[in-house]
Design a protein around this ligand. Structure first.
Ligand code: AHR
Length: 498
């Protein structure tokens, strides 16, 4: 018989709000994310607006995508925006040297991306080319998009079909500048950053820029320290962090299977995923030293499970299946971000369509929603809601003599006063019985939705797209003023209390 775990939902600080931008996504020119993903052949028999695939847009609108990062990733530091504007037939072709050397025709460029963002009702988050571009090129892109004065670039934008300024305010200055973005040292990059940021102008016709520093890989504390030390706080709105979950934990050799893995590999994957808490805590503590008022946002603008590619697919295209395990990783990671809402004010899952831990997979006309998609559906209730910190001690999930915390959770109160608690039980066999106190919350009813399946390796296929899906959950009860619930094994559960 399982022990009952006492949980307290604390009142929290009304100023600490879970930014909706934690639920952001990422669309790189990589494999079939843009080409043959969001942007399809004119002849493909699916609902389209222009060449934008509308069944994907419709699915993503349902989960409220707050921002979309583009065009990379590593690709961003090879991308020259002028190649992707103007009459499509005249756009030069380019080699996507990072990702499989594909020849791209640049038919998806700035206007097409911003049209996609409009359809998704999402904030565009552009990454400027620092590694192989120039200050002038980036500054010109900003002027082209945000100014409304009669300069040659603005006249060109109008001629290209957009009379009004676009008002793009989120700008990443480079990407992984320590690696594919130029192999720079932190000291060198911070000087380069300041130079670029100096010429990143605000235009009266558009909202002020949110300038974002290309940040560290999870284990690189020195990079974060150097950025915070060398860049004045008023020259940066955000600083990024990249942290992926590899099932084997190794970038060399096999990263681990996307499907058909055993419980040990599942366990190892979750252990690696749970490191996110320590990684965020470490980088946030460095930021606190230089920015005690927490003005600068920490943006984990690349995260997710990275496995070996599906057998038979191009290794440079990073196409992988997506299982219940990955949904448990997503639920756990988003709980971590929510609980760090005072500093983590943005994040982007890598990536939205057909790449890495995708929300949507496509095969010609067919499309499926992954288990990870359903977690974003469940968790959208936390967007811009006040964080309610939770107090509890997790029982262990034990496998072959090793242990992990079986239970993780986060909670928030939305503007209408409803409280949402997202609970993830990582144990594959044991359910978790909770008795939850909500001091100061007056409530009458509790309802819920759950994502679970018989095996953590279960996934959706084009033939069985609803193999892993959401279901209503009726197992939570009000007992006196306490909430009592038994969280099933290997599940992500979101309760609504009001
Ligand atoms: O998301 C795939 C790649 O991972 C990105 O292009 C790069 O920034 C990171 O290394």
């Amino acid at each position: 018989e399982a022990q009952t775990i006492p949980v307290t939902v604390q009142p929290g600080d009304p100023k600490v709000v879970i930014s909706k931008h934690i639920y952001g996504h990422f669309a790189e020119h990589l494999g079939r994310c843009i080409y043959d993903g969001f942007w399809v052949d004119e002849k493909l028999n699916v609902p389209k607006q222009g060449r934008i695939r509308m069944d994907i847009v419709e699915a993503l609108r349902k989960i409220k995508v707050p921002n979309l990062r583009w065009p990379g990733g590593c690709f961003a530091d090879t991308y020259h925006w002028r190649d992707g504007v103007g009459p499509v037939a005249q756009r030069p072709k380019m080699l996507n040297m990072w990702w499989g050397n594909n020849l791209e025709d640049n038919s998806f460029g700035t206007h097409e991306f911003l049209e996609l963002c409009k359809l998704l009702n999402t904030e565009p988050y552009l990454a400027a080319n620092v590694g192989s571009g120039t200050v002038q090129e980036m500054a010109g892109w900003m002027e082209y998009l945000n100014s409304n004065d009669d300069t040659p670039l603005v006249l060109e934008r109008r001629k290209n079909g957009h009379p009004e300024p676009y008002g793009v305010s989120w700008w990443g200055i480079g990407n992984e500048s320590w690696g594919c973005g130029g192999n720079m040292t932190a000291e060198y990059y911070t000087d380069v950053y300041k130079r670029y940021a100096t010429f990143a102008h605000n235009y009266p016709a558009s909202p002020p820029l949110k300038k974002i520093v290309s940040g560290a890989n999870g284990d690189d504390a020195h990079w974060t320290e150097t950025c915070m030390k060398n860049i004045p706080l008023n020259q940066m709105w955000g600083l990024t962090l990249h942290q992926y979950t590899l099932p084997t934990g190794s970038w060399t050799g096999s990263k681990g299977k996307a499907t058909g893995f055993d419980e040990q590999q599942y366990f190892n994957t979750l252990r690696n995923c749970l490191k996110m808490d320590a990684v965020v805590t470490k980088h946030a503590a460095i930021m606190d030293k230089y920015d005690k008022d927490k003005k600068v946002a920490l943006l984990v603008d690349e995260w997710g499970v990275w496995t070996d590619v599906e057998p038979g697919t191009n290794p440079g295209h990073l196409y992988q299946q997506n299982t219940l395990r990955d949904a448990l990783v997503a639920g756990t990671t988003l709980n971590i971000f929510n609980n760090h809402a005072d500093r983590v004010r943005g994040a982007n899952l890598a990536q939205a369509v057909n790449v890495l831990q995708a929300l949507v997979l496509t095969d010609k006309e067919r499309m499926l929603l992954t288990p990870t998609y359903h977690v974003f559906d469940l968790y959208q209730v936390h967007q811009d809601a006040q964080l309610l910190p939770l107090q509890f001690t997790s029982p262990d999930y034990v496998l072959n003599g090793e242990k992990l915390p079986a239970l993780n959770a986060s909670a928030s109160r939305d503007k209408a006063g409803a409280v949402h608690i997202s609970l993830v039980n990582l144990d594959t066999k044991k359910s978790q019985k909770l008795e939850t106190a909500l001091p100061g919350v007056s409530w009458k009813t509790v309802s819920g939705r759950i994502l679970t399946s018989g095996n953590v390796a279960d996934h959706n296929t084009f033939d069985k797209p609803n193999n892993v899906k959401l279901a209503a959950f009726n197992g939570a009860r009000k007992r006196g003023d306490k909430l009592s619930v038994e969280v099933p094994p290997q599940s992500v559960l979101v309760l609504e209390v009001k």
